[in-house]
Design a protein. Structure first.
Ligand SMILES: O=C(O)c1ccccc1NCC(=O)[C@H](O)[C@H](O)COP(=O)(O)O
Length: 252
């Protein structure tokens, strides 16, 4: 069982409990009328490489990343830096995130927000919209044959799906959904190691007209320069920003 399997196992339990507290009918109502910011255009229209800056307190690979974690203060710093979009971890158990962080961040920023969580149930698509998410992460290896349906449902609700793959083998999982935004995650889920060059290995198997985001293990300006040379559309950066909030310019 790798870490993703463990996260998914916990998530299935959590969603069963959340459904007992708030029914799907109620969640659908809560999602109605929510204004959605245009994540796709934020990536497409960015000057150079789009930066999706992540708000992340902890992770399975690193433990606590930011002791004095403050999502609002972090969002203000990211907004000041002019990053193109934000990613907010809402997963509670492994990343110490919370659903409430999205509205908190939205209140102090103008940028679209990716809800970073582990979607295993259609309920969470409505929930993502209800809590203020603009974009939703759909992990191909988690959803497999459910991916096309969840992708379609997300788009129907006005959300912008980012479909994530980890390996060449997973490229087949996304063919039917045919996503516009594809994330290549550079993290090996068995060893936790990251290698930005992983993006280059997978990129050649993807359609050329997609918005491709390189995710995980991006440590500084050199990595960004390299990713730009590959022609990807964006980079999703968490840990190295969170560890350098006081002086982001030193690393990026
Ligand atoms: O971050 C982890 O340790 C992790 C472990 C297992 C599954 C997913 C994990 N992270 C989710 C992410 O995709 C990252 O938060 C995101 O790509 C940013 O990565 P980084 O810049 O390395 O913090």
């Amino acid at each position: 069982m790798n870490i993703l399997d463990k996260i998914v196992e916990k998530k299935i339990e959590q969603i069963a409990e959340e459904k007992r507290q708030v029914s799907i009918e109620e969640m659908i109502k809560r999602a109605e009328g929510k204004i959605i910011r245009d994540f796709t255009s934020a990536i497409r229209d960015a000057e150079g490489l789009a930066i999706i800056s992540e708000i992340k307190k902890a992770s399975p690979s690193q433990g606590i990343i930011k002791e004095d974690f403050d999502p609002v203060a972090t969002a203000k710093i990211y907004e000041e830096q002019g990053f193109d979009a934000f990613s907010v971890l809402t997963e509670k158990h492994f990343f110490l995130g919370d659903d409430s962080y999205i509205e908190m961040v939205k209140a102090v920023s103008s940028k679209p927000i990716l809800r970073k969580d582990f979607i295993v149930d259609e309920y969470q698509i409505y929930q993502t919209k209800a809590i203020g998410g603009d974009a939703i992460l759909l992990i191909a290896s988690v959803l497999k044959e459910k991916l096309p349906e969840y992708y379609r449902k997300s788009v129907e609700l006005g959300l912008h799906p980012l479909v994530e793959i980890h390996s060449e083998k997973e490229v087949a999982y996304i063919e039917k959904a045919d996503p516009m935004i594809i994330g290549i995650n550079n993290r090996d889920l068995e060893t936790f190691t990251t290698d930005v060059r992983h993006t280059e290995k997978i990129l050649k198997y993807l359609p050329k007209d997609r918005l491709v985001i390189s995710e995980s293990g991006i440590k500084g300006a050199e990595d960004l320069k390299y990713l730009k040379s590959l022609g990807v559309s964006g980079a999703l950066i968490g840990e190295s920003l969170m560890r350098n909030l006081k002086d982001i310019k030193k690393v990026f």
